[in-house]
Design a protein around this ligand. Structure first.
Ligand SMILES: [Zn+2]
Length: 587
């Protein structure tokens, strides 16, 4: 017993020493300040120099031209992802400063790395887990330091800006990859294939007592055994571990404006793959977004973030093998899976009840506008059960093709697929192939740019079997891979964050040739005479549609579009679905 106490004292002494010797700026300022980019990197360099268990790597670049850093903690000093995986180690990935105005994770991770390197007690839970950490993902935003852009946030005194060097919100960039930052991120993610991913944020929205909320990936979307594990095991266990550390955590309070969680409950945030946790889901990696509450003091938020990462590490050490096993099975299953859901809708009829610790919301008179305004009365805290709508149902499911065939012309699309670890083959000779083509029959688009795009949504397609001439070297993507979910979300045009939605294929939406009516009149007459079926459809449409009857242009267009004169490329989606069973000449 005596020895035990002595040991404990030694541990405490050692951690205390480390803090004295390697204090972070956060600690030195008693939780008032966060590091600048230069300070943060210098600190991590110092740790990497001093401790053999830490390595700091420069990987790829970012939009501002500075490298993206990756810090690695590995107890047995092995920093090679391949051999680490071969040893069956868990990989736990942390991403910070994707939104640099929300820097809690930066300071918490610096302390975590220092303590992992110095605290023997902490090292006892790091025998099977390697931790990789991006100190600053949005480097440009971190360097754009100010004290105002987080108008609703309680510290630190200065911080970075949400937009990156190109004013992109990087947490919308995981499918379209407009930034070099995200290109580098994908390289890291695909190299390390983390079992668990956590990204540190600070919330916006409603006021309540909870310091930390979590936004795990939507479990129905994760699906199968992993989805159930996330919902039934991982989240309850994290909740318990956080409770032991005095934090009462609940799911992200996805409520804005004058709505309050107190009465309406909370709808679960739906993370399509433009978001990091939606992206990690496509590769069966358990993704967590950690949101501390903006109105809580910076010091408290960083401490909660630190504890949440610790709770994750503890969970990993005990359950990592099981998670790895489930991921392996899921990856095998998904290679054989036939149908994929790409549209989801919240099921309002199903919900969990959670204990919510809020403040009483009131509508009071505004001294500014003279109208009513929302006011959370902190003198009246309330604890109540509220509804948490966390079940999503499929609204659109597609049958996978055997393969997608893509012309070399769409090299940008091929580059992204390759970057994401998709195996791609190429046709070995010129050949006409019978495929299913999608025609885009309807879509809507944003009228103002969103993240540099006029995003499409409400996409409808019609499948038309046809023969298309392909050339040697054109690309064939077989849908029999562990990355099947990524392939489908990227290439099925109706998926929320498909390449089509993000404007990669907009040129096909424009007609390139046309006709002069006075010339086409005579051709149309001849066409109708020679084609009784076309005439029948034309007459029927005239009967049914009064606008059509009134419009000469519409009538001529109808005949034109049903004739060989109309270009088959117009609205034809250029990623073709190969659905036959015959093998293709590829290598
Ligand atoms: Zn954020």
């Amino acid at each position: 017993m005596k020895n035990y106490y002595l040991l404990l004292c030694l541990f405490a002494f050692e951690v205390g020493m480390a803090q004295n010797k390697f204090p972070t700026k956060f600690e030195e300022t008693r939780g008032r300040e966060t590091v600048t980019y230069e300070e943060g990197i210098a600190y991590m360099q110092t740790l990497a120099k001093r401790f053999k268990t830490i390595q700091l790597q420069e990987i790829g670049t970012t939009d501002i031209g500075k490298p993206l850093h990756l810090a690695i903690f590995s107890l047995d000093r092995d920093f090679n992802p391949k051999s680490i995986k071969a040893k069956g180690r868990n990989v736990f990935m942390i991403n910070n400063a994707i939104h640099p105005g929300e820097p809690d994770g930066v300071d918490a991770s610096m302390m975590l790395f220092r303590n992992m390197a110095t605290d023997k007690k902490l090292q006892a839970i790091l025998k099977n887990t390697v931790v990789i950490m991006i100190p600053f993902f949005n480097v440009g935003g971190t360097m754009n330091r100010n004290s105002y852009s987080r108008a609703n946030q309680n510290g630190p005194t200065a911080y970075g800006f949400r937009g990156n060097a190109r004013n992109l919100n990087l947490n919308r960039d995981f499918m379209k990859l407009d930034s070099r930052n995200t290109h580098t991120f994908v390289d890291i993610f695909q190299t390390w294939n983390p079992d668990l991913y956590i990204e540190n944020h600070v919330s916006n929205g409603a006021d309540y007592q909870h310091v930390l909320t979590h936004l795990a990936t939507q479990s129905d979307k994760l699906g199968g055994e992993l989805g159930e594990y996330l919902r039934e095991n991982l989240i309850p266990n994290l909740k318990l571990k956080m409770k032991q550390r005095k934090w009462d955590i609940i799911p992200y309070v996805n409520v804005y404006g004058n709505r309050t969680p107190n009465d309406n409950g909370i709808p679960q945030f739906f993370d399509s793959p433009r978001y990091s946790s939606g992206y990690t889901t496509l590769f069966h990696s358990l993704g967590f977004i950690n949101e501390t509450h903006m109105l809580k003091p910076f010091k408290q938020r960083v401490e909660a973030t630190y504890d949440f990462m610790m709770a994750m590490l503890e969970h990993m050490e005990g359950q990592g093998k099981k998670i790895q096993q489930m991921r392996k099975i899921t990856a095998e299953e998904v290679t054989k899976q036939e149908k994929f859901t790409i549209g989801w809708k919240m099921d309002r009829s199903q919900f969990d009840e959670i204990t919510f610790k809020g403040y009483t919301p009131k509508m009071i008179d505004s001294k500014i506008t003279g109208k009513k305004r929302l006011f959370y009365d902190r003198s009246q805290p309330v604890t109540k059960k509220i509804k948490y709508y966390n079940v999503f149902k499929p609204t659109l499911t597609v049958q996978k093709p055997k393969a997608y065939i893509i012309s070399k012309a769409w090299y940008n699309v091929i580059d992204l697929l390759k970057k994401n670890g998709v195996k791609i083959q190429q046709l070995t000779k010129d050949q006409t192939i019978a495929i299913d083509a999608y025609y885009i029959t309807d879509y809507k688009s944003y009228t103002r740019p969103f993240e540099g795009h006029y995003v499409h949504y409400g996409v409808k397609v019609k499948t038309v079997p046809q023969e298309v001439k392909f050339y040697k070297g054109d690309y064939v993507v077989f849908v029999n891979q562990p990355s099947n979910r990524y392939i489908i979300e990227a290439l099925e045009p109706q998926a929320t964050d498909s390449f089509f939605s993000w404007n990669f294929f907009d040129t096909i939406l424009q007609q390139k040739e046309g006709y002069s009516s006075y010339v086409f009149e005579d051709i149309a007459e001849k066409l109708l005479k020679e084609n009784p079926d076309l005439r029948k459809r034309f007459e029927a449409k005239k009967q049914q549609d009064i606008n059509f009857r009134k419009s000469a242009r519409q009538q001529l267009n109808f005949i034109y579009q049903n004739s060989p004169y109309y270009e088959k490329e117009h609205n034809r989606y250029p990623v073709f679905r190969y659905v036959k069973n015959q093998s293709l000449p590829v290598k």
